[in-house]
Design a protein around this ligand. Structure first.
Ligand code: SF4
Length: 350
């Protein structure tokens, strides 16, 4: 059992199971979640409980970090069974277009993925296994420690990453219980204290799980649409065979919070004016919905590539002209492994 997978409630139960009173169990749990997050805690647990806590694994896994000139750091994280997953630290400075600096950790939720999207390197691997909550939380902890060490080396005080996105390897809704437990650990105000509203869970559209996701967390939801023309959608996203877009739209419309719609732009596949018009129609009636346009990072199919920047901007403008808020997001860390899954894939082969 890794300490990182334990919520405060689980730690309290663990201490009570060892005969601690409710008060002592509460104190021990507060101290342990604080310790994991590298915080100084006022809680003074009994020595016996501190000794017992040695039964938790507390080491972080080995990680190889590669830094892109744009500041993005991609980690190849080797888990206890030798599986390699990816975590990405995205450090966005203040700029003309960004009022506030923003540091985000992109975490994986599975080793590989069963959903097989055609443009995705991770999908090519197939599903190897789900990650535990602890294996998700340690990714954040690794990235936060890397950031703090880099800040210390530059004599700067560095705040912990304030945002988490589940957009790494895997489909989070195929591993929902562990993802939700990881969110509970990450948001504990006495631990890592990431605000729930700054966490985004991204799905390719596992329709039966969306209502459960809405009900069990206040984290943001992002849905990868990528295409609405049926044949194109099916070719890009095998999941569309199971849940047609009409069903997906109904599930998105039931969200109690605005949903972020993601559209990976692929030249000649989904970047036409007609595609933009279909997307604009899809958004009508979805209160507060926003669109992220992401030019494709090179993936497993060499003929699939991003459209020119001019075409991407034209697609964005066509949406804007139809009243759709759409941001063009340039991919981060392109020189260090490109698309999600490529760095881990390279580590597995080496
Ligand atoms: S895009 Fe996401 S859901 Fe699709 S194969 Fe890749 S990791 Fe899985």
């Amino acid at each position: 059992m890794h300490l990182a997978g334990q919520t405060r409630a689980l730690l309290e139960q663990w201490a009570r199971d060892r005969g601690a009173s409710s008060g002592a169990a509460r104190t021990a749990a507060r101290a342990l979640v604080g310790r994991l997050a590298g915080r100084k805690s006022d809680a003074r647990p009994s020595q016996a409980l501190l000794d017992a806590a040695a039964e938790f694994e507390q080491q972080l896994p080995a990680a190889e970090a590669v830094t892109d000139p744009d500041g993005t750091v991609r980690f190849a994280v080797t888990l206890a069974d030798g599986a390699v997953i990816e975590t990405v630290l995205i450090d966005q400075k203040e700029s003309d277009t960004r009022r506030r600096a923003r540091v985000t950790v992109c975490v994986s939720s599975q080793v590989g993925c069963a959903r097989g999207c055609s443009f995705c390197e991770t999908g090519r691997l197939g599903l190897q296994r789900n990650l535990t909550a602890a294996e998700i939380v340690v990714q954040y902890a690794l990235a936060a420690r890397h950031l703090a060490a880099a800040g210390a080396a530059a004599s700067q005080s560095t705040a912990a990453p304030g945002n988490v996105v589940f957009m790494g390897m895997g489909e989070p809704l195929d591993n929902l219980d562990e993802v939700l437990q990881a969110i509970e650990v990450l948001t504990d105000p006495l631990g890592f204290a990431v605000p729930e509203r700054r966490i985004t869970v991204s799905t390719v559209g596992i329709v039966p799980k969306l209502d459960e996701l809405y009900a069990r967390t206040r984290a943001n939801v992002a849905v990868s649409l990528h295409a609405l023309e049926p044949a194109t959608r099916l070719a890009l996203l095998p999941v569309a065979r199971k849940w047609p877009v009409e069903e997906l739209r109904l599930a998105i419309a039931r969200s109690p919070r605005p949903v972020l719609l993601q559209w990976t732009l692929i030249e000649g596949k989904n970047d036409s004016d007609r595609d933009a018009d279909l997307l604009a129609q899809f958004v009508v009636g979805l209160e507060g919905a926003r669109v992220n346009l992401i030019p494709l990072n090179p993936g497993p199919i060499l003929t699939q590539r991003a459209p020119s920047l001019v075409r991407c901007r034209a697609f964005q403008k066509r949406l804007a002209d139809r009243g759709v808020r759409a941001l063009l997001r340039m991919p981060h860390g392109q020189s260090i492994g490109g698309a999600c899954g490529q760095l881990a894939g390279a580590r597995r082969q080496s």
